[in-house]
Design a protein around this ligand. Structure first.
Ligand SMILES: C[S@@+](CC[C@H](N)C(=O)[O-])C[C@H]1O[C@@H](n2cnc3c(N)ncnc32)[C@H](O)[C@@H]1O
Length: 340
């Protein structure tokens, strides 16, 4: 049989065994192989310590356009500029490790990352290796947003040899129930938070609560909008209005922030990247207390080892009004940056 055949993309495609031809850096701590029920995936070939940089990867090509404006023609032009070796690897891409993609657009959307968080200059890059990482709602790896074209993955906990390396495809999933996650993913994830059982039930509750706590502290929902009743996140109309007007008192704001962190810790989602993202705003809230005794309690809370303990100490502030509350809510642009 000839190794060359016409693919459904209308391009000459190699009959390659999916992904065997991909060039993995010799020091990369993983291999690509089939992952039961998930096509192919990346599996640790050595123990990977928490915080370890797993892979830095440059894109095969980038397209500087919003995702919805990228056309088949844009991708064909980018493809035409590739080296023969890169073309060969691109043509080895398979939909979930099995069938050839039906269009260049679907090949790109399954294998790309948006690398610019700026709405003004969106960039989509095609990444052969990171696109092999499967999803988990309880991941052991994270690929932080980046403004550079190279994307990097980090271990968010220790990963054992032979364990699959998986990241969460959508950051808002920490606030979404299993039903909402599967609807967005369009496949059924098999992690502990998704499999029916007591962990899943507790997980749904934690994630729903985290979403509500975020609404209370940022003043809007995950999509940046204030929501009426559908879906109802905050049922108490006065509390909801206070959140949207950023009138939640400092004491409650700190408690909500710490409870959200404690819930993520309990869920198994806590990691150094998450702490780096949220701790500065929590410390900023702590620094705003002007009543000496409240400020002392807030600082004491932050010295505790776990987020549950931090929350537990901060709860002593519940219902207490600080002199800085008014200042805080009248300083909207600044206070919007101070929440989880
Ligand atoms: C970017 S690809 C990941 C690599 C892919 N498994 C492969 O063989 O090339 C994304 C696709 O992998 C599959 N997938 C990823 N995570 C999964 C999971 N947790 N459960 C089931 N399928 C998953 C889905 O079909 C998804 O559309």
């Amino acid at each position: 049989m000839s190794p060359i055949r016409r693919s459904r993309l209308g391009l000459k495609s190699l009959t390659c065994i999916a992904y065997h031809g991909f060039e993995i850096p010799s020091n990369a701590p993983f291999e690509l192989k089939p992952s039961p029920g998930k096509g192919w995936g990346a599996f640790a070939t050595q123990p990977i310590r928490k915080g370890f940089l797993i892979l830095t990867e440059k894109p095969v090509f980038v397209i500087k356009k919003p995702h919805e404006e990228i056309t088949e023609g844009d991708i064909r032009s980018a493809f035409a500029r590739l080296t023969p070796g890169q073309k060969k690897q691109f043509l080895c891409l398979r939909d979930n490790g099995s069938t050839p993609f039906t269009s260049m657009e679907s090949a790109l959307s399954e294998n790309s990352f948006a690398t610019s968080s700026s709405m003004a200059s969106p960039v989509h890059g095609l990444y052969l290796l990171h696109s092999r990482f499967n999803h988990s709602c309880l991941p052991n790896c994270e690929i932080p947003e980046t403004k550079t074209e190279a994307v990097r993955s980090f271990a968010t906990r220790d990963i054992n040899i032979g364990e699959e390396i998986r990241f969460c495809y959508e950051p808002t999933f920490q606030c979404r129930t299993v039903y909402e996650r599967h609807e967005a993913l369009r496949f059924v994830c098999d992690c502990n938070a998704c499999l029916p059982g007591s962990f899943q039930r507790a997980s749904n509750m934690r994630r729903r609560l985290t979403r509500g706590l975020q609404y209370l502290t940022i003043g809007h929902d995950l999509d940046g909008q204030n929501h009426g009743t559908s879906p109802a996140i905050i049922f108490d109309a006065r509390l909801k209005a206070a959140a949207e007007n950023l009138e939640i008192p400092l004491s409650a704001r700190l408690i909500y922030n710490l409870l959200a962190m404690a819930l993520q810790e309990e869920e198994g989602l806590m990691n150094d990247l998450l702490i780096a993202r949220f701790k500065p705003s929590i410390l900023a809230t702590v620094s705003l207390f002007s009543t000496a005794r409240y400020a002392r309690i807030a600082r004491l809370a932050m010295t505790q080892e776990t987020w549950v303990d931090k929350f537990s100490i901060a709860s002593r502030l519940w219902g207490l009004a600080d002199r800085a509350d008014v200042l805080f809510s009248s300083n909207l642009p600044r206070s919007r940056q101070l929440s989880v």
